[in-house]
Design a protein around this ligand. Structure first.
Ligand SMILES: [Fe+2]
Length: 218
């Protein structure tokens, strides 16, 4: 093969953004969030809702407005990621642009046998998840409790060779303190969790609203 440097000739058209950020020093926050969600699950009048989960418990979608300090810290983390991402993706940097966020979040508690079916999150721009506890997944089970992101383009699996950067499936480890963000149209699922304890995560949807220049001047 003739060696040719084509790095300057390649662009990634219609790329799919995935942010995966590991927040440092998250042990205390994660402990507080886990205690909060486990208490909510047990409290009367909190039967939970059902979105994508098959088994497991999902809190109502108003988590982000709970008055608890750890929720406020989580909200700050989501805002930090989304504002930094927005700043990175906009093209016209020569004018002042103002954005505000509308966030909807809910807690997930999966125990042995629970999983989440393939789904997308309609009516928002970004979706993601923050991992609180990993539980004790049985290492003998492949993809135990892992998030899988799927390439939504119908023809993406026409690729004839495997194990390339164009693979149509991506598995993400649910390390506590890890925060993920992806476009809301991206299909995803959570493989069955098999093990003791709880796999706890907090999922969220984010709408990014651009303030009109007239409004932001006042
Ligand atoms: Fe989801």
């Amino acid at each position: 093969m003739q060696k040719l440097d084509i790095s300057q000739n390649i662009s990634s058209l219609f790329g799919t953004i995935l942010v995966a950020h590991d927040w440092p020093d998250s042990e205390r926050l994660n402990r507080q969030l886990a205690e909060l969600l486990l208490a909510k699950e047990q409290s009367p009048g909190n039967p939970g809702t059902n979105r994508s989960n098959a088994g497991g418990w999902q809190s109502p979608g108003n988590l982000i407005s709970w008055p608890d300090a750890p929720v406020k810290e989580l909200k700050r983390r989501i805002e930090t990621i989304v504002f930094n991402l927005t700043d990175r993706i906009i093209r016209d940097r020569d004018r002042q642009r103002q954005f505000r966020l509308l966030i909807d979040a809910w807690g997930n508690i999966n125990r042995s046998g629970d999983y989440n079916v393939v789904h997308t999150h309609p009516n928002c721009m970004w979706s993601g998840v923050y991992y609180v506890t990993r539980g004790n997944p049985d290492p003998a089970i492949p993809q135990n409790g892992l998030l899988e992101l799927l390439d939504p383009r119908e023809a993406a699996n026409y690729l004839q060779i495997s194990n390339t950067i164009l693979d149509g499936r991506e598995f993400i480890d649910n390390a506590p303190g890890r925060m993920l963000l992806w476009p809301s149209w991206m299909k995803h699922m959570v493989h069955p969790y098999i093990g003791s304890g709880e796999r706890i995560s907090i999922a969220y949807n984010v709408n990014v609203i651009e303030e009109s220049p007239e409004r932001s001047r006042h």
